[in-house]
Design a protein around this ligand. Structure first.
Ligand code: DGY
Length: 323
């Protein structure tokens, strides 16, 4: 079996593929493949490991010979799963292994915004570290505040666990369905979306991007949040409306925002949000630790190897026909 990999991933997974007797070709250029290049690269491949490429219906139809597609991500909003299912192509992802590192990033952004860290850092470079004023540059204490989680799955659970442990924060959440483990272990309380907006001191987004969650955080949502609230998004940039977020921050409707995801990505270097106080932005590095990226690489490879050996992928998104 021949596997095409759309960009260099950690060696551990590539080695697993080779040890299993599979032939591996890695796209070496540091740029996305065009649709034509991707289709042609997959022409003589039996399986694909895709990192950072959109896989649409046209791609699926052109590459219906693929026996397996393994995503090097947990998110699959940029992949036409229905088309893959129609063509009988199993598609796998990498859940679980990135929950801690992604939650760490949300936690980092929350603290950075609470203490205006990114902006304060820049003031030093501008020569603005001058006279000490006891009433200037004041941040927020997080102890005892209320954390609201939008989408309490594996990553949201980790974020809630960290915030409870470190700051004794109360946890409220809004989900498609209640999360019993979080209610039992973290005393998390299920609330409506409106209650989540109104009662969260920190509101952290951990849901998938779907038609239902796209632009869920818009002007009307931000207007319901507390003036002292912190908005954190480490899930997908299209879950919030960036212009509405910027306006809400400018008008003081909210305290600040921490984003690891934007729309589009990459964010333009001259985006005004980058220079705003109480805003912390990272370039989608939630899962970017050596341990996590190694685990993701292994999981993606294991999903392909399973199919090559006639087994079902351990993490197959379209295992059930209704996905
Ligand atoms: C994921 O795995 O979906 C992360 O966002 C990394 O892309």
């Amino acid at each position: 079996m021949r596997v095409f990999v759309t960009r260099r991933i950690a060696d551990a997974g590539l080695q697993l593929l080779k040890d299993a007797g599979l032939e591996v070709e890695v796209w070496a250029e540091k740029r996305k493949l065009s649709q034509g290049e991707l289709i042609s690269a997959c022409g003589n491949a039996d399986a694909l490991i895709s990192a950072g490429q959109a896989l649409n219906e046209e791609f699926m139809d052109a590459c219906s010979h693929l026996k397996a597609i393994a995503l090097h991500s947990v998110g699959y909003d940029n992949v036409d799963i229905a088309a893959a299912t129609r063509l009988g192509i199993p598609v796998g992802n990498t859940p679980g292994v990135l929950s801690e590192s992604t939650a760490d990033t949300a936690f980092l952004l929350m603290q950075s915004v609470a203490r205006n860290a990114f902006y304060m850092h820049k003031t030093i470079g501008r020569g603005e570290w001058g006279f000490f004023e006891p009433t200037a540059n004041l941040g927020q204490d997080l102890s005892g505040l209320t954390l609201g989680i939008f989408g309490l799955g594996k990553i949201g659970f980790e974020m809630a666990r960290k915030c409870r442990g470190a700051f004794g924060m109360n946890v409220i959440y809004h989900n498609r369905k209640p999360n019993e483990q979080a209610e039992k272990e973290l005393d998390a309380k299920y609330v409506s979306f409106e209650e989540l907006l109104q009662h969260s001191d920190v509101l952290s987004v951990h849901t998938d991007l779907t038609p239902q969650t796209r632009h869920k955080f818009d002007e009307s949502a931000f207007k319901q949040m507390k003036p002292t609230s912190i908005f954190v998004n480490t899930a997908r940039g299209s879950i919030h409306v960036e212009t509405d977020l910027k306006t809400a921050l400018e008008k003081g409707i909210m305290w600040g925002a921490g984003l690891d995801v934007t729309s589009p990505e990459p964010m333009e270097a001259d985006n005004p949000l980058l220079d705003m106080p109480r805003v912390a932005i990272l370039p989608h590095v939630g899962s970017a630790t050596l341990k996590t990226r190694t685990a993701m690489s292994r999981l993606a490879a294991e999903n392909i190897i399973a199919v090559a050996q006639g087994r079902q992928m351990e993490y197959q998104i379209n295992a059930s026909p209704d996905v």
